[in-house]
Ligand binder design. Structure first.
Ligand code: MLT
Length: 407
């Protein structure tokens, strides 16, 4: 007799972004004449740049001829792509062997799957608020108790708030895995080298592993801020970096990312090289490699034209972010992030609850945001606005917020 994995029953509610989509649809059905302005999910909207389109087209063209056709590729990814990524890291003085880089179908899958390398009794630390995938994947894997009072039992929450600049203090107890996302989803805060160094030193000392999600690195314009955890000395001993072409180059629907598992990475019962070997084993068993067309696209992103054209799109989204922030500040609303990240973390007026403010914003301004509490206990009293969108829609959204939101 089959039985289900009852850890699924512990999950707090529907997956956050699906729940937002459901509520938005419900509002749209009730109000068919209202134009809804979506600043909710961080989904890219602008077309792929010409250099990348050419790369993807090359990928398709290769499949059309017997001499260049390819079926399954290496599960680890196209070697040329891994070598090119390695060279790209060198610009930040980060030196990686292609064998340390694994191409994936995006950061979301890898950030959910990476926990499978670690023992069931590992103690997990997450920032609070947090990208829900890190939490939910560990809940499903059975590393937590029940959800109660807005928290999962057994999970170590590291509060990120105005007082600590939305970057957590070091854990006060022993933890085994620490998830850090920088630039942060949802708060838009970016860790400094010093802040990361503190965590790296802690992890090295305690043989903990940091899972560093750098999916929004391209939005950092301040040259002093680290775009990769490996810019911090010691990180290769203690950190896995997960990254993506989605937000950098508009690959949300194309699907391509990568994960770095350094040879030097160690934990309690794993000498150098073993975690790399285990991830390789996991991928060869459970993944058949990223799409060969997408990987040609990835190579094109990394070409000089691809890098500069893609950066212009990133700058465009950051123009949206500035516009949103400017309007909020004109209205006397307090917001954070949005300077080196595409997310704006808005303090709700009058300490409103996040979901109440979500409803108010939708009802009065017809704008969709993401309630901060959906990202965790410490997100209560905040709402995330995304800068991904066509300029005209963002314009309409900020005008509507300015004119129609009663505060
Ligand atoms: C978000 O809105 O937080 C992201 O788009 C979700 C994701 O990248 O999976």
């Amino acid at each position: 007799m089959a039985t289900i994995n009852t850890n699924f029953d512990k999950l707090a509610a529907g997956y956050l972004f699906s729940e937002i989509a459901r509520r938005t649809k419900e509002f749209a059905n009730k109000n068919p004449d209202i134009e809804i302005l979506r600043l909710g999910i961080g989904n890219t909207t602008e077309p792929l740049v010409p250099a990348v389109i050419n790369g993807l087209a090359k990928g398709v063209e290769k499949l059309s001829r017997v001499e260049t056709y390819s079926g399954y590729g290496d599960e680890q990814g196209n070697l040329l792509l891994r070598e090119t990524l390695g060279k790209w890291y060198q610009k930040r003085k980060v030196f990686l062997d292609p064998g340390e880089i694994f191409i994936s179908d995006g950061a979301k899958s890898d950030s959910a799957n990476i926990q499978s390398l670690f023992s069931k009794d590992s103690v997990i630390a997450v920032c609070d608020p947090v990208y829900p995938v890190y939490v939910d994947s560990n809940v499903i894997a059975g590393r937590t108790g029940e959800f109660s009072g807005g928290k999962y039992k057994g999970l170590v929450y590291l509060p990120c708030n105005e007082e600590n600049g939305f970057f957590p203090d070091l854990p006060k107890r022993k933890v085994d895995l620490i998830y850090i996302c920088s630039p942060n989803n949802p708060t838009g805060a970016v860790a400094t080298k010093k802040q990361l160094k503190n965590f790296v030193d802690f992890a090295v000392k305690t043989k903990a592993v940091i899972v560093f999600d750098a999916a929004y690195f391209a939005y950092i314009s301040d040259p002093k801020l680290p775009r990769s955890v490996y810019e911090v000395p010691g990180a290769k001993e203690c950190a896995i970096e997960i990254n993506s072409f989605s937000k950098w180059a508009g690959f949300c629907g194309v699907r391509l990312g990568w994960t770095v598992v350094p040879m030097g990475l160690v934990c309690k019962n794993s000498p150098q090289g073993k975690l790399n070997m285990l991830w390789n084993r996991r991928q060869t068993t459970m993944f058949n490699g990223a799409s060969n067309i997408a990987q040609e696209g990835g190579l094109a992103v990394l070409s000089p034209k691809g890098v500069s054209q893609s950066q212009k799109v990133v700058d465009y989204y950051m123009g949206n972010a500035r516009m949103i922030k400017k309007t909020l500040s004109k209205m006397g609303l307090k917001s954070f992030g949005g300077d080196n990240a595409p997310y704006i973390w808005l303090k709700t007026p009058g300490n409103m609850k996040s979901w109440d403010f979500f409803d108010k914003l939708l009802l009065e301004a017809h704008v969709v945001g993401i309630p901060g509490s959906g990202f965790g206990f410490s997100g209560e009293g905040y709402l995330r606005l995304s800068a991904f969108g066509h300029r005209e829609n963002i314009q309409k959204a900020v005008e509507s917020i300015y004119q129609n939101l009663k505060i």
